[in-house]
Design a protein around this ligand. Sequence first.
Ligand SMILES: [Zn+2]
Length: 96
Amino acid sequence: MPTCQNCQQTWTWFQSVKNMFRLKCPYCGMKQYQSANSKKKTSILSIIPIAIIFLVNVFSSLTLGAGAILLIALLVAMFGFYPFLLQLSNEEEFYP
Ligand SMILES: [Zn+2]
């Protein structure tokens, strides 16, 4: 779970999901940024659903409806998993 680098409070899963886009600490109100290392992990995570859809499609040729349902299910799973990969930083970090 992410820890605020300003006040050292650990965010809960629910708080992380709620603050996913703004990344504002619910305890101290400081703007937080996603660390470069964490960005790397979440970018890998975002490739997984596309890879799964592609592989399933190769083996079973999905209909459009089944593909859409699968994609939504994978996106929901990704959102659920995201707080575990989220790490915070006080400043904007970029890929080295
Ligand atoms: Zn804080």
